[in-house]
Write a protein that binds this ligand. Structure first.
Ligand SMILES: [Zn+2]
Ligand SMILES: [Zn+2]
Length: 253
């Protein structure tokens, strides 16, 4: 089993090591039919993509896309959750310039207010040492749910990474909204029990590499092992066959 398209990869436009072309060449060598360039959005410290760079990135991606007939090269961004109410750091206006909008929780992302630092990342730090309390888990879960319901997110990246969430509840929101949940090989998350809970709620999954180096594009061993173990098919995981995938924002690949 393998993935047929990788919708989450990074380049030097944030803190990846390769170019758009490098990622495309690696994806092509694995026979993928699409690869998305999804660098970190602006609230990611230091490396986040500034709004003023979006047009230049789009031109670069379109030029590479034109170069290769057998692969689609798509433009996305990996937005950050920046408040406990589910605000994100990509405006709808900017999102309309993209093919895909991804969203993830990142511990270091600039938050909207001091209260939001205490609501989310602060607890993400203590989470390194202790599990989040039930109360904290509820706050985390609600923030993730609100961010998915309030914004047109195509893919929720590495759900549960650095932040404990109720997978069933998050998955229900994703199913309702039409947002795919990511099975992340890079962060090895969700684990098997989180994945089972999310599947029970009817969420659809997508497997991505989250590659920060071109050589890792399309590499998803952890996720593919889990899929094999649970006997999942393209009914549950959308990018392990050649069936067209329609995303929430409208893209069909
Ligand atoms: Zn991420
Ligand atoms: Zn990423």
């Amino acid at each position: 089993m393998k993935i047929t398209a990788d919708f989450h990869t990074h380049t030097r436009y944030s803190h990846g090591t390769g170019t758009v072309n490098d990622n495309a060449v690696n994806a092509l060598s694995l026979g993928l039919r699409a690869v998305a360039i999804t660098d970190h959005a602006r609230n990611h410290p230091i490396v986040g993509v500034k709004q003023s760079k979006l047009d230049a990135i789009r031109q670069d991606i379109n030029a590479v896309d034109k170069e290769y007939r057998n692969i689609k090269v798509l433009m996305g961004l990996e937005a950050n959750i920046i408040s406990k109410k589910g605000d994100i750091d990509v405006s709808e206006e900017d999102a309309e310039k993209l093919d895909l909008l991804l969203l993830g929780f990142h511990l270091t992302a600039y938050q909207k207010s001091l209260a939001d630092y205490f609501a989310l990342p602060f607890n993400g730090v203590t989470r390194i040492f202790f599990k989040n309390s039930a109360k904290q888990k509820a706050v985390n879960t609600q923030a993730v749910i609100d961010s998915v319901l309030r914004n047109k997110i195509d893919i929720l990246t590495h759900p549960g990474f650095r932040i404990d969430v109720d997978y069933y509840a998050v998955a229900e929101a994703c199913r309702e909204a039409g947002t795919f949940m990511e099975l992340s090989s890079r962060h090895r998350i969700p684990d098997i029990s989180g994945l089972e809970q999310a599947l029970k709620a009817g969420a659809k999954f997508i497997v991505n590499s989250d590659a920060h180096k071109p050589v890792n594009v399309g590499r998803c061993a952890y996720a593919l092992d889990l899929i094999g173990e649970l006997g999942l098919t393209d009914n549950e995981v959308v990018n392990i066959s050649d069936k067209p995938i329609t995303f929430r924002r409208g893209l069909t690949v």
